[in-house]
Design a binder for this molecule. Structure first.
Ligand code: IMP
Ligand code: MG
Length: 180
């Protein structure tokens, strides 16, 4: 039994596999943005905070870090499809190269909404890196240039990702076993 809750969590992706994947993502991102003077890396709070912390430390180029928080879920496993801005960026992105970092692309509604909002601010180039992708759940198409891992339709926690705000501090990614 997971010590933080009354449900079970089975490991899906180990801390070691995550670290290796983050390193290789950072290499690809660095190559893609090699002509960028200063990249703005935007993390979508709160789920991406661990991922972005590891990712930027593997990037060997000047980066600024900013955050945005949108809400699309309550403390349930259901997607509401409604996206509200809870915290906006501190900086301007007009004319800048931007990397948007997300924890999971599920139905795609959150990223679709955030991308169209940020596009309207006129970045020079904007690309998305998501740690996890659940392609079988997609309802709207979103262009995600880098994906850490494709996962099946399971509810996952850990490495920044929560269930009812808990388990963000797990070093690995695990799936929540539904109660029998
Ligand atoms: P989408 O709008 O359906 O693509 O939802 C994306 C957001 O839903 C992600 O940023 C996560 O915060 C949340 N989400 C989707 N799947 C999971 C999951 O398995 N565990 C925790 N949060 C999830
Ligand atoms: Mg999220």
């Amino acid at each position: 039994m997971d010590p933080q809750s009354d449900y079970e969590i089975d490991e899906l992706i180990s801390a070691k596999s995550i670290a290796a994947r983050v390193e290789s993502l950072a290499k690809d991102i660095g190559t893609y943005f090699e002509n960028t003077e200063k990249l703005i890396v935007i993390g979508l709070l709160r789920g991406s905070f661990v991922f972005i912390a590891d990712l930027v430390r593997e990037l060997e180029m000047p980066v600024e870090v900013d955050f945005m928080e949108v809400s699309s879920y309550g403390d349930t496993m259901e997607s509401s499809r409604e996206v509200r801005i809870l915290k906006d960026l501190r900086g301007e992105i007009e004319g800048r190269d931007v990397l948007l970092v997300e924890d999971i692309i599920d139905t795609g509604h959150t990223m679709h909404h955030v991308l169209s909002l940020l596009q309207s601010r006129g970045p020079k180039k904007m690309e998305v890196c998501a740690l996890l992708d659940k392609p079988s759940r997609r309802e709207v198409k979103v262009d995600v240039r880098w994906i850490g891992f494709e996962i099946p339709d399971e509810f996952v926690v850990g490495y920044g990702i929560d269930y009812a705000q808990l388990n963000r501090n797990l070093a690995y990614i695990g799936k929540v076993r539904p109660p029998n």
